[in-house]
Every structure is written in structure tokens, then in C-alpha cells.
Design a protein around this ligand. Structure first.
Ligand code: PXP
Length: 242
């Protein structure tokens, strides 16, 4: 099963990281989102962290109002975040683990820890017509638990692969988890640490229908502009799938 068009969602968090370094009003992640869409992004992703270190509440409100493609809101499973999602009605919520001391989202969700809370969160979103995705490590246990929890999709954490792409086991784990999830009826997404140099093997996994990419595109945008940075990634993905 090979989705004909693999979606590219751009995570604009780090545009906000740069703005928050000075707490001014530039650069604006909402303007970045619009340029990404113009350059061919299929969706916009933003992570509203509990500590508000990059994306702010006002950013997600403005993104929800202006994104023309779709908004994928990444968030921890908390009552506060669920309230925000239910009021803003993004197309999709991706539940991610959050630890205050981490630099970025380091591991996948522990889907075994509080299954009832996850199940409730997913069903509240579903009743509101919001799709839910769980950011998990590429392992069979996490995949089957995600299916049992009623999620629409999983996002496979590609961090291990990005750190050791030369080790075959890292891409093999992604391939196996993607196949298993797809057979279980879950939509398969992937992301974290992907760059134009390492994206090809992941983009070539037939079951992976969506990639969420942020840091490398925002970094590249400093030198070539965000539209070109998005187009370069698009092209790398397209070439890998040919
Ligand atoms: N997907 C999820 C669930 C994430 O938490 C992140 C990082 O915020 C990404 C994708 C994007 O990772 P990166 O910024 O390394 O491309």
C-alpha cells in the first residue's frame, strides 16, 4: 500500500523560538506558516508546550484561524490542553510526552502508563470531529496499544533513526512498525530529526503517509528562505518515493 502523495506538514515551533529569544513580535510563526503553505506544505504543525517556551496561546489561536491547509496541534495530554484543542478545533491533535527539562520531545508516549486518560482524551476529540494521533516509538507493543486506545493515527518517532541512520536496525524498526500499524488500520505518520540528507529511507516507507518536519527546515530557511527550504524537502521526499 503506497499512498500516492506523501504529506509534508511543517512544524513552525522554532520560528517562535527565535522570536521568544527577544520576546518581540518577529519572526512570526503565522507568517511562516502562510509561506510554507504557498511553497506546497500540506499542513502546519505547532506544539503548544506547557511551559510556552516557543509557541504561545495567541499563535495557536491565529494559526487555527488562518491556516488554509490543516493544523496539527501537538500537545501533552492535560486538561488545559484538551480545553484549548476543543475550543480551537484543529484538524488533528498529536499527543506527545512532555518533560520540562528536555530540549525537545525525546521519546515516544508511554501508551501503557495511563491508558484510560488517553482513551478518554481520544474519544473527547473524536466527538468534536478532531482526528487524533499518538507520537510513539517504533515498537510493536506501542503500536498495538495505540490501536486499542482508538487513535486514528500514530506518528513514529524517527529520533533513533536520525541519530544512527547508518545502523540498519533503526530504519528496519520504522518499516516494521509502519507495516504493523497500517495492517491494524492506523494511519501512519513519522517525524523528528528529519533532514534533506536523511529523509529518503523514511519517505520511501510505503505505509508512511505524512511527515512532520520542523527544525531542519527552519534552520535551512535562514540561508535560502522558508519557501525554498520547504521545496527542497518536498523534492527529497518525492525523489525517494519514485
Ligand atoms: N513530530 C513531533 C511529534 C515532534 O514533537 C517534533 C518536534 O517538535 C517533530 C515531529 C519535528 O521534529 P524536528 O523539529 O526535529 O523536525
Amino acid at each position: 500500500m503506497r499512498a500516492t502523495h506523501q504529506r509534508l506538514y511543517i512544524n513552525v515551533d522554532h520560528v517562535a523560538t527565535l522570536r521568544q529569544a527577544r520576546r518581540t513580535d518577529e519572526p512570526d510563526p503565522v507568517m511562516a506558516a502562510e509561506l510554507c503553505e504557498r511553497a506546497g506544505a500540506d499542513g502546519i504543525t505547532a506544539h503548544l508546550r506547557e511551559d510556552r517556551r516557543h509557541i504561545q496561546d495567541d499563535d495557536v489561536r491565529r494559526l487555527a484561524a488562518t491556516v488554509r491547509t490543516v493544523l496539527n496541534l501537538e500537545m501533552a495530554l492535560t486538561e488545559e490542553m484538551l480545553g484549548i484543542a476543543l475550543s480551537l478545533q484543529p484538524f488533528q491533535v498529536t499527543f506527545v510526552p512532555e518533560r520540562r527539562e528536555e530540549i525537545t520531545t525525546e521519546g515516544g508516549l508511554d501508551v501503557a502508563r495511563d491508558p484510560q486518560a488517553l482513551r478518554d482524551g481520544i474519544s473527547r476529540l473524536k466527538r468534536a470531529g478532531i482526528r487524533s494521533s499518538l507520537f510513539i516509538a517504533p515498537d510493536s507493543e506501542a503500536v498495538s496499544r495505540s490501536r486499542d486506545l482508538g487513535a486514528d493515527a500514530i506518528e513514529l518517532h524517527t529520533g533513533q533513526y536520525a541519530h544512527a541512520a547508518h545502523e540498519a536496525r533503526t530504519i528496519d524498526a520504522l518499516r516494521d512498525a509502519a507495516r504493523m500499524a497500517s495492517e491494524a488500520g492506523l494511519a501512519v505518520h513519522a517525524g523528528h530529526g528529519l533532514t534533506v540528507r536523511n529523509v529518503a529511507p523514511v519517505a520511501a516507507v510505503p505505509e508512511i503517509e505524512e511527515l512532520n518536519i520542523g527544525h531542519s527546515i527552519v534552520s535551512r530557511a535562514l540561508f535560502v528562505g522558508i519557501e525554498k527550504a520547504v521545496q527542497e524537502m518536498r523534492e527529497a521526499m518525492r525523489a525517494a518515493r519514485r
